[in-house]
Design a protein around this ligand. Structure first.
Ligand code: AMP
Ligand code: ZN
Length: 493
């Protein structure tokens, strides 16, 4: 049975369309990356995780994906930040590229295949601006170069905005350098050098690129004039992606990208998480409180296009869910690893979960639906290990083995369960111990005292110790391998 065709919501068409790459079997993906003047927040991380999952799923479906995500390392915000610290702007940006890469590694996102930087793409940027000027789509003015919006009839085809609204200021467009522009709508492709700012020689004198042109130059350089998927957060639709389209299509005469994908916002207390509002949680701070897979589970718990509300409780719930998954995997692995259950029929059809997973993910990467499939799958694993509905033990064993393989497949496509279950569970316990102020040495000593009491058949004392541990938030589990413990869920408030 072959998997269904993938359908993707294309912002340009405002509807889901069948996904057909330009070159069969190969996909070019461009995602606008960070402006590196500070640490990433979990809003940025949500968008990058969405596209990481989309790329993983496309690879899982057998596509050869070329994933490009840029660094904006030349920009007004970087220059401003560098003035404050007294650093060279390019050096400050390079420092935050390093911090960003450390954060992405901690979140365990796949490194893109290419991560170009503006500072390393200047010749290609100049080339495309020259082309726009020679075609009459852009003009030079006092060392700046502007894109002439009125000459590009398709402007605003992505955002569906109206020129009049932009001019009346109803759009959130900042109109600057009006004396240099032929029209207030025109936007800068190249900015003449100012003292203390990074600059490069160009046919229009020393200067630096405007923001939008970099993505036109980089996507062309690494994916060609027309490519398959272009992604970013919703806030990039206008003006950034609109301007990318105008520049690229006016220069090449071709469609820039066949499908535009936009991730919804992560909100904190009802407002979009953003550096300008100051309501940010840095990714590295979040990862002190929650494991990377717990955070990933939280991001995937809502469809990538929907808005997602962040709260401490939502993070705690996501990690508790991951604990359930890992406890299940640990239990199942103890049951099946190293055992031979022979060949023969299975109970039910484990493969159905893979088909359901493909149905969900083929429908515009329905993460929520995919996690629902995972819930059903883990329900089945628990049922078969705890209360098998059939008596045939080898059959149950074989089915568990098959279901475990299904988990591995789905996990590879979602970027979950990459850690050994025991290691993950101990890591979770360590975080909870700190959060709840539990002393692990004291817990171990009490468990030892309880074991001694049991050996001496002093069950009243062993029960008392168990109850005492429970009151302090520790749950103990006895198994043939010995007594282990975990931090119990806090009482429902
Ligand atoms: P920036 O570094 O501000 O250019 O943002 C990098 C990426 O994060 C872009 O794709 C933005 O659209 C995205 N982004 C910024 N804030 C949020 C948010 N609160 N929720 C989701 N994505 C966001
Ligand atoms: Zn971009």
């Amino acid at each position: 049975m072959s998997a269904p065709q993938i359908r993707v919501f294309n912002t340009m068409l405002q509807t889901k369309v069948p996904f057909e790459p330009i070159t069969p079997g190969k996909v070019g993906v461009y995602v606008c990356g960070p402006t590196v003047y500070s640490y990433v927040h979990i809003g940025n991380a949500r968008t990058f995780t969405a596209f990481d999952t989309i790329v993983r799923y496309l690879r899982y479906r057998g596509f050869e994906v070329r994933y490009v995500r840029n660094y904006t390392d030349v920009d007004d915000k970087i220059i401003r930040a560098a003035k404050e610290t007294g650093e060279d702007p390019i050096a400050l940006a390079a420092r935050f590229v390093g911090e960003f890469e450390a954060d992405m590694k901690a979140l365990r996102l796949l490194p893109p295949d290419v991560s170009p930087k503006v500072s390393e793409t200047i010749p290609e940027i100049i080339e495309i601006i020259e082309k726009l000027v020679s075609r009459g789509a852009a003009y030079e003015s006092k060392g700046d170069v502007y894109f002439e919006v009125r000459k590009y009839p398709d402007y605003l085809k992505l955002s569906k905005r109206k020129v009049d609204d932009l001019l009346s200021g109803a759009g959130d467009r900042e109109i600057i350098n009006e004396d240099q522009k032929r029209d207030p709508l025109d936007f800068a492709l190249w900015k003449a050098a100012k003292p203390g700012e990074p600059s490069w020689p160009s046919p229009w004198g020393a200067g630096r690129p405007g923001w939008h042109i970099e993505c036109s130059a980089m996507s062309r350089k690494y994916l060609g004039e027309t490519f398959d998927l272009h992604g970013g957060g919703l806030d990039l639709i206008f003006p950034h992606h609109e301007n990318e389209i105008a520049q690229s299509e006016a220069a090449s005469g071709k469609t820039l990208c066949n499908c535009w994908m936009h991730a919804g916002f992560l909100d904190l207390e009802g407002a979009k998480m953003s550096k300008s509002l100051g309501n940010v949680v840095r990714l590295r701070d979040a990862l002190q409180r929650v494991d990377a897979e717990g955070l990933r589970y939280f991001f995937l718990s809502t469809h990538y296009r929907q808005q997602l509300a962040f709260s401490d409780k939502s993070l705690a719930d996501a990690e508790a869910r991951m604990e359930y998954f890992y406890e299940t995997l640990k239990k199942v692995d103890e049951r099946i690893v190293g055992k031979d259950f022979g060949t023969g029929p299975l109970h039910g059809d484990p493969q159905r979960f893979l088909a359901e997973f493909d149905d969900a993910m083929s429908d515009d990467f329905n993460f929520t639906g995919a996690l629902g499939v995972l819930s059903g799958l883990f329900g089945e694993l628990n049922l078969l290990t705890d209360k098998p509905p059939v008596k045939d033990k080898p059959m149950v064993g074989r089915t568990l083995v098959a279901l475990r393989e299904v988990v591995r497949n789905i996990a590879s496509a979602l970027g979950l369960f990459e850690t050994d279950a025991s290691v993950w569970l101990l890591g979770r316990r360590d975080r909870q111990v700190v959060a709840r102020g539990i002393d692990p040495k004291h817990v171990e000593a009490q468990i030892q005292a309880r074991n001694d009491a049991r050996a001496a058949k002093n069950f009243a004392e062993s029960d008392r110790l168990r109850a005492e541990l429970k009151t302090s938030g520790v749950e103990i589990m006895d198994s043939p391998g010995g007594t282990t413990w975990k931090v119990a869920a806090p009482p429902a408030s």
